[in-house]
Write a protein that binds this ligand. Sequence first.
Ligand code: ARG
Length: 290
Amino acid sequence: MTSVATLPARDPAARRPVPRRYLMCRPDHFDVTYAINPWMDTADPVNRTRALAQWEALRVAYEGRGHRVDVIEPVAGLPDMVFAANGGLAIGERALSARFANPERAQEGPAYHGWMAAQCFTSVARARETNEGEGDFAIAPDRILAGTGFRSARGAHQEVAEYFGLPVVSLDLVDPRFYHLDTALMVLDDTIAYYPAAFSGTSARLLASLYPDAIIATEADANVLGLNGVCDGYHVFLSDRAVDLAAQLRARGYEPVGIDLSELLKSGGSVKCCTMEWHSVRTAVASETD
Ligand code: ARG
């Protein structure tokens, strides 16, 4: 299943934003009432008003740069539903809704499934295996990178490869602070950015061979979830605390857009966690058609 072809590097001066379609969920019910990752401390109160303002600023940042943002109705009693990335995967005409690892989030699967079923996909399925959506599946132009170790099952990688008909590369996560792939790795335009220490030695070596031009994040940037960002081909929306990463991105021709999501960080989430992308097929199979 491992495809080793790499994408040709793009001229940094030629980077352009491509309009995207994102799904977000207002943090109307956001809270930290349970702890299912090391970032969550139920004794540390959440300021929901501030969370709402920060979330709104992210939405405005996307829309202001030409992206379409759909919003799913938040459900009371599901405080983590704001993390739309976990709701499933949507590529072209096909969507797969999530199956969560923890019972606290289980009901989010049907909620996101309902949204998908109401869109114009030709096929919408529920994951059979434990699958936390874009939290553990990064859709790169030439392949899907998939994480396992804390949440999504390895069997979900095979299921996703079959359902979407795309190559999937499995990666082992080993540090509980980086419990989802999207906390340790971000897809850029023609390469990725990642934090090698979040991966097993074998997986880190595999990433190094697949992406020799990758941006390697510092520990400080990884620790503020700076890698939990969203790239539109030119802009990179990411935590405003990830200052080294922003500088590295700028040096490669990207335009970092710093976002303050400090309230969401209390639950272990940042920009990407709040964003599910409805990927165009063109993006997913670029290397096969170019
Ligand atoms: N509190 C949530 C959890 O632990 C945060 C999810 C963040 N989402 C993500 N895509 N990394 O499940």
